[in-house]
Design a protein around this ligand. Structure first.
Ligand SMILES: Nc1nc2c(ncn2[C@@H]2O[C@H](COP(=O)(O)OP(=O)(O)OP(=O)(O)O)[C@@H](O)[C@H]2O)c(=O)[nH]1
Ligand SMILES: [Mg+2]
Length: 288
């Protein structure tokens, strides 16, 4: 396949990410364990591509956030897939309950104990474990940290780029966490993954072409979750001429300009909003 056709024109890699990545790499010698955070709605697209070159052989726990917003049937296949690969995988709903948080604490304590046993053997004093929290923008890294410490200490928000600098946060005497700004990779080779990241708010809205992404997501929903389109917009099929379908949504949602013509920009925003806020329903955009 011609790869050029399969690339987006999104400028997803601003300078601050390069800087954050460099700073994370500088901190790695201090780190004992890594929480790699991915979004349950896109278990492939939201996984940092060159993560292994950063984490290397450190113990890792794969945290899958937003489990409450995903299509659990599809996402459970990824939990199995990553578990079979040898990852410790913990799905989390950070909005509604504390389920599985105990498991996070337990798993990290196990890892820290191994580290301290090694230290004692070498005649060193045991110390608190230091964990890196890493992932693409907006996956819920800071929310995860707040949940672990039981306080809202790290700043959060539903758009990428909330955390601007690296910062240490103490959970208890046994564990300290390093919160980091979301990072992506310089070149998103796969256009679909770029659209998933943009559609679920891991890439800044200003840098994406709203028509491209709106139409992509509409078609994707029709492919994966046609019942949601029917329910939310009253659409039972997608027309070959996509503007006909956009016109139906425009009419239904009152996205019209003077004279009654469709306001397509507004329609794209409605689709995006419905997806990223979960109004459309529980979805998982990646497939195994
Ligand atoms: N429904 C739901 N929302 C979540 C969950 N985890 C995080 N969020 C929301 O996702 C948004 C992003 O969370 P943050 O913790 O700011 O994400 P981050 O990874 O720190 O983002 P950056 O600092 O921008 O890289 C916020 O609106 C959170 O409330 C979850 O498990 N379920
Ligand atoms: Mg953050």
């Amino acid at each position: 396949m011609d790869n050029r056709q399969n690339q987006t024109n999104i400028n997803w890699y601003p300078g601050h990410m390069e800087k954050a990545k460099r700073e994370i790499k500088e901190k790695m010698p201090l780190i004992d364990l890594v929480f790699e955070v991915i979004d349950s709605r896109m278990p492939i697209s939201s996984k940092i591509k060159d993560i292994d070159s950063i984490i290397k052989n450190l113990p890792r726990i794969l945290i899958m956030t937003k489990y409450d917003m995903c299509d659990q049937v599809e996402t459970d296949k990824f939990i199995k897939y990553y578990s079979d690969m040898g990852y410790v995988v913990i799905p989390l709903d950070l909005m509604h309950d504390n389920k599985n948080i105990d498991q996070v604490i337990k798993k990290s304590q196990e890892i820290i104990k191994v580290m301290n046993d090694e230290r004692i053997k070498k005649g060193l004093k045991p110390r608190a474990g230091r964990a890196l929290v890493i992932g693409v923008p907006n996956v819920g890294k800071s929310t995860f940290i707040n949940r672990l410490i039981g306080k809202k200490k790290a700043q959060t928000g539903n758009r990428p780029g909330i955390t601007k600098a690296l910062g240490w946060i103490r959970v208890n005497n046994n564990l300290e966490l390093l919160d980091t700004p979301g990072i992506l990779w310089p070149k998103i080779e796969n256009a679909e993954e770029g659209y998933h990241l943009a559609g679920l708010s891991s890439i800044k809205e200003e840098v994406v072409d709203k028509a491209d992404i709106g139409i992509y997501l509409l078609k994707k929903l029709y492919e994966l979750y046609p019942q949601y389109l029917e329910k939310r917009y009253g659409i039972s099929s997608i027309s070959n001429n996509i503007t006909d379908t956009l016109d139906i949504i425009a009419k239904k949602r009152g996205a019209l300009i003077k004279g009654g013509a469709s306001d397509y920009d507004k329609v794209y925003l409605i689709i995006l909003q419905d997806i990223k806020e979960g109004y459309i329903g529980n979805i998982t955009l990646d497939r195994i």
